[in-house]
Design a protein around this ligand. Sequence first.
Ligand code: ADP
Ligand code: ADP
Length: 233
Amino acid sequence: MITFDQVTVVHDGATAPALPLVDAQIPEGELCLLIGPSGAGKSTLLGTVSGLVPHFTGGTLHGRVTVAGRDTRTHKPRELADIVGTVGQDPLAHFVTDTVEDELAYGMESLGLPPGTMRRRVEETLDLLGLNELRDRPIASLSGGQQQRVAIGSVLTPHPKVLVLDEPTSALDPPAAEEVLAVLQRLVHDLGTTVLMAEHRLERVVQYADQVLLLAPEDEGSGSAAPGGFPSP
Ligand code: ADP
Ligand code: ADP
């Protein structure tokens, strides 16, 4: 579902690549964990999947990234929106509307779906994420974990095949983090969504992963991204 073929990125003005060469394949319906120290290039690699790199950030993408067969260098993020949903580290930065329900609907607005389909998808997503009781609440009044679930829900309503998340639990306390991880597990197992998630606290999430991709900086390891040998759950 996602392929990285000899991928690296050189940001504008940088003299060295932002990440080591990555060669990896993430099959449909798997959860892949992307780990590595701060500055190893995790966010940059996620950006090559959503198309933010290089379309919005500039810089040069070397090699080839495909998502569901689409080359992310030749497709703008808008042209990937129906297959890739992206959630950043800070859910608050993500929101464009005031209430939970409006936010879930917003992500579908550019897709040209019939109103009935949009309403149905909002309902199914509220159920899936356990957000039904919060549907009319202002997003600003929710807890961090609830906000993160709304952020995930807002990118799920277009029914993406791939979900990309940048440390979605890093700002959450353990119970809230568990709620978010349970949602991701449900997506992978029940809907066959492919999930690529950057995370720095390996111990909490490794049990959910089918594959672990390690970004090791040049001076701290082999200099290449190594698919980990962790067992499937
Ligand atoms: P991580 O997510 O693992 O912390 P990043 O992908 O954010 O790593 O950063 C990898 C490297 O690329 C770092 O050295 C960072 O300073 C650099 N970098 C990230 N984004 C940009 C950018 N837009 N312009 C220039 N350098 C960047
Ligand atoms: P459509 O909106 O295209 O008419 P439905 O809303 O009936 O289709 O959903 C089609 C199927 O996709 C349903 O079986 C539904 O459970 C499932 N589905 C629900 N949420 C998602 C999701 N986030 N990603 C993929 N499939 C989903």
